[in-house]
Design a protein around this ligand. Structure first.
Ligand code: S3P
Length: 172
């Protein structure tokens, strides 16, 4: 699909392991725009890691902080934002993004995502569980919601540069 980009923030959404941070950083470099990792901003604001926030205060508290951080980033200025996989699933956060940003869903098969996240896993939702099983459950619940994004781009193929080029092409 394609979609005219009017200079508003570009937000990457999609499941854990799909490459939102890597693709986002490279896309920003190509477009000469600032890059913001929303999960990192939340960690800075809380002075804690995401895992610590989940442990100490629970997921609901995290989602609220996530919504506030993302609301602050929806300031109309051109930038590329990578979000945590659950951000777009929160109805309030999703409404903000759909209104004020160009939302790009990065999508890949859960087998591919599981291989990617197993290598580097500090994520609270995966702790002590089989990554592929969790990702399959999340995909079943979340894919119909990610489908509300303005654009859907496959990140199935390595390397991520192919994904960056696909986004560049789609946004014109
Ligand atoms: C989450 C994804 C994580 C992080 C948190 C919750 C999710 O971000 O926000 O662990 O609900 O899918 P990544 O998608 O960058 O791993």
């Amino acid at each position: 699909s394609s979609c005219a980009w009017n200079g508003q923030p570009i937000v990457l959404v999609g499941l854990m392991g799909v490459g939102k941070s890597t693709v986002g950083r490279r896309l920003a470099a190509r477009l000469k725009l600032p890059f913001v990792d929303a999960d990192h901003e939340i960690e800075q604001a809380a002075a804690m890691t995401i895992s610590e926030i989940f442990e100490k205060y629970g997921e609901e508290y995290f989602r609220d902080g996530e919504r506030r951080v993302i609301a602050r980033l929806m300031d109309g200025r051109p930038k590329v934002i990578a979000t945590g996989g659950g951000a777009f699933i929160n109805p309030d956060t999703r409404a903000l993004m759909l209104r004020d940003a160009l939302v790009v869903w990065l999508d890949a098969e859960t087998e591919v995502l599981a291989d990617r996240v197993r290598r580097r896993d500090t994520r609270p939702l995966l702790r002590g569980r089989d990554a592929h099983e969790v990702l399959r459950e999340l995909a079943a619940k979340r894919n119909p919601i990610y489908a509300e994004a303005h654009l859907r781009i496959s990140s199935q193929a390595a390397p991520h540069d192919a994904t960056v080029r696909a986004i560049m092409k789609a946004i014109g």
